[in-house]
Design a protein around this ligand. Structure first.
Ligand code: PRP
Length: 205
């Protein structure tokens, strides 16, 4: 049985469709339920639905053999896993955004609100810029509006959230999209099967 950790939400659904098309369907998953683990014994697969940022934890520790996660999460947590394939789903970018018309004062440390403290720190380390990280867990866009921060480092997909809050992209930090990852020992153990999956998924990307 191959265990697959999928992120709950839109990206997870899109990825599940791809696995289903490869004969790894679990129709129960598309029913509206609170179940978190789904098995298809004939296809020898088990799916688990987890928080997007937790996919790396399940895969790194071997609770799941493989998983799908955004590149943003990989950059932030740097887990000890194999990154096998860019599924080219959920394309977005990590960006610095600020209020429209905002002017940077280089004489002061920059106050950066984000749920990606490591990405933000690394980005500004490369620029040699003094910053103060304000770690938030959601609705990051509120921070510059309320004066809690000067800028945010966050995911921009369609740009709607920024537009609707009178914010704009200041600079792009890194592109992101869904990646297939594998636990290192699970990969060695199931190499033929996982490589086969990668090939088939690659052909669909
Ligand atoms: C993410 C991100 C932005 C938004 C960007 O938030 O943090 O707020 O999506 O998407 P857009 O460019 O298409 O508007 P998410 O929906 O994950 O919720 P969160 O605010 O709780 O992090």
């Amino acid at each position: 049985m191959l265990s697959i950790a999928l992120p709950k939400g839109r990206m997870g659904n899109a990825v599940y469709e791809r696995f289903a098309a490869l004969g790894c369907a679990c129709p129960e998953m598309q029913e509206d339920s609170r179940k978190l683990v789904f098995e298809n014994p004939e296809a020898q697969v088990r799916y688990m639905l987890v928080k997007p940022t937790d996919v790396t934890v399940y895969v790194e520790r071997g609770a799941a053999d493989i998983g799908v996660v955004g590149k943003d999460v990989l950059l932030e947590y740097d887990p000890d896993v194999y990154e096998l394939l860019d599924l080219k789903l959920g394309a977005c970018r990590v960006a610095v955004a600020a209020r429209n018309g905002w002017k940077e004062d280089l004489s002061l440390p920059l106050r950066v609100a984000t749920k990606y403290p490591n990405i933000a720190r690394e980005h500004y380390r490369r620029q040699n810029r003094d910053i103060e990280i304000i770690k938030l867990n959601g609705s990051i866009e509120l921070a510059p509006i309320l004066g809690l921060s000067d800028v945010i480092v966050d995911i921009v997909e369609t740009g709607t959230t920024l537009r609707e809050n009178d914010l704009g992209v200041f600079e792009t930090v890194a592109p992101s999209s869904a990646r297939l990852i594998a636990n290192k020992s699970s990969y060695q153990f199931n190499k033929a099967r996982i490589d086969g999956l990668v090939k088939e998924l690659e052909a669909m990307s």
